[in-house]
Ligand binder design. Structure first.
Ligand SMILES: Nc1ncnc2c1ncn2[C@@H]1O[C@H](COP(=O)(O)OP(=O)(O)OP(=O)(O)O)[C@@H](O)[C@H]1O
Ligand SMILES: [Mg+2]
Length: 455
């Protein structure tokens, strides 16, 4: 049976330790952080069944943490810990979806009962989900994940443009989710019951692309043995997704321009003009303005398609979205491949966060799939990582880098200095977040805090 994992956010050290003890006595795994901000960071790094949070904390308070948890996973349960004076806020918290609250000073038995109640609820829900999962087993299409500011902006834009018929140009490096955005726009628009027809302009040979887009009449050219309907006609009433539009030849660019301007076209070799009621969404991972300078892309076409630009940031710039996505893919692949990998270890998650991800979300998804399939069950640890990720972090300090002078050294002084360097380096890497630094150093949080105090 899997052990339940409980995240505890409490700034008061005594109370925090008390909660950790209570959780561990009951046989569950506890992770403790000292403020709301650390709580948010920790919540997305790992899988938690329950969050217990103090109300008043520095950086972000319990209500902010509650809101964050509920936004990311509305099913996740939160128990609030509050002083008598703030029972009003506890009631507010219940309205915001907290499962329950306990008041300070903590009564251990009551806390344990509340935890049990919450966890039995979690169990029940899981069984329910499993049942439902067996009933209808279709993947959740078009679900995009993004909580960082740039992705929130992308979603706002998608919502706005979905209701219009405007041409959209999606720009982003490979694997950033361009196709997903095109799908989201189409399936949120009034055209959603009509076809969404993708055309990869980069993958279809130039001489075939024209007929692919506009179709041809029988006998239009050698080999045209029967009439063929093109993708613009197939997309009638719906949306055409022109992927890799930067690869389209100049001759074809002129023809596309005409469709956009006049909303009409003819099949190759045809005389009949066909009206195109088709919304155009284009995507590119190239810098089209540079292609214009190089005379490889028509400026007039650029202005016609770039009516509403949507830029997708690289994965590396999405901060906390990375662990959320990694855990999302873990769940997805487990389900799809019928595996039971429980979690990605925190040390691995740290490494994933340091890797530059040139292939963006697609590369992350493929990586998690590979890890889950190979691992099958249990926890993904550092030893499971491929070299390109694991080897990035062999610290220089594990090699012997000490200059040893002839006259000898002051051992104690050097050790203190080395310890200081290590702590500062870890803190620096973690943007000053002690919880994360402790994990990177494989230290207890309290030990780290004590060491820092001493320094
Ligand atoms: N925000 C996201 N949330 C969940 N999954 C995502 C997200 N972004 C991308 N993906 C997944 O990553 C993979 C790559 O996405 P997609 O094909 O849309 O990217 P792309 O930009 O079109 O890539 P390419 O340039 O290689 O064609 C897909 O499997 C997609 O489901
Ligand atoms: Mg694509």
């Amino acid at each position: 049976m899997k052990a339940f994992r409980i995240l505890i956010a409490e700034d008061d050290e005594l109370n925090r330790q008390n909660l950790v003890d209570l959780v561990e006595e009951s046989g569950y795994l506890a992770m403790a952080v000292a403020d709301g901000k650390e709580g948010m960071e920790e919540f997305v790094r790992d899988r938690y069944d329950l969050v217990i949070t103090d109300l008043r904390m520095p950086n972000a308070d319990g209500l902010e943490l509650l809101r964050f948890v509920k936004e990311i996973n509305p099913n996740n349960l939160v128990i609030l810990v509050t002083g008598y004076a703030s029972v009003h806020s506890a009631v507010d918290a219940m309205k915001m979806g907290a499962f329950d609250y306990v008041t300070k000073p903590l009564k251990n038995d009551l806390v344990k009962i509340t935890i049990e109640r919450a966890l039995s609820y979690v169990k029940l829900k899981e069984e329910n989900v499993l049942l439902k999962g067996r009933l209808k087993n279709h993947p959740d299409l078009g679900k995009m994940i993004g909580y960082c500011e740039p992705m929130k902006k992308v979603f706002e834009k998608i919502e706005k443009v979905a209701t219009t018929d405007s041409t959209v140009l999606i720009h982003g490096h490979s694997g950033t989710g361009k196709e997903l955005v095109a799908r989201a726009i189409h399936f949120n628009s009034e055209r959603k019951d009509k076809p969404l027809v993708p055309v990869n302009c980069g993958a279809i040979p130039e001489e075939l692309l024209e007929s692919e887009l506009f179709g041809h009449e029988k006998g239009a050219f050698t080999g045209a043995i029967r009439t063929r309907i093109g993708r613009f006609e197939l997309a009638q009433g719906g949306t055409i997704f022109l992927d890799e539009i930067g690869d389209m030849s100049p001759a074809l660019q002129v023809k596309l321009l005409r469709v956009i301007q006049e909303k009409q076209f003819e099949r190759i070799g045809g005389v009949k003009t066909i009206n195109a009621d088709v919304r155009i969404i284009a995507a590119t991972n190239q810098d089209l303005e540079k292609l214009i300078e190089e005379k490889r892309f028509r400026e007039d076409l650029y202005y016609r398609i770039n009516v509403i630009p949507i830029y997708l940031p690289p994965l590396k710039e999405r901060g906390m979205d990375l662990p959320i996505l990694a855990n999302h893919f873990l769940k997805k692949v487990n389900k799809l491949k019928k595996k039971e990998v429980q979690r990605i270890s925190p040390a691995v998650m740290n490494m994933l966060m340091e890797y530059p991800w040139p292939g963006n979300v697609r590369e992350l998804e493929n990586m998690i799939e590979m890890l889950v399939v190979m691992k099958e069950e249990g926890e993904i640890g550092i030893e499971d990582l491929p070299n390109k990720i694991a080897q990035r972090r062999i610290p220089a300090t594990t090699q012997c880098s000490v200059d040893f002078p002839e006259e000898g050294v002051d051992f104690n002084n050097m050790v203190v200095q080395f310890e200081k360097d290590l702590l500062l380096k870890a803190l620096d890497k973690c943007g000053g977040v002690k919880n994360r630094a402790a994990k990177m150093l494989n230290l207890n949080r309290t030990t780290l805090v004590e060491k820092l105090k001493r320094l």
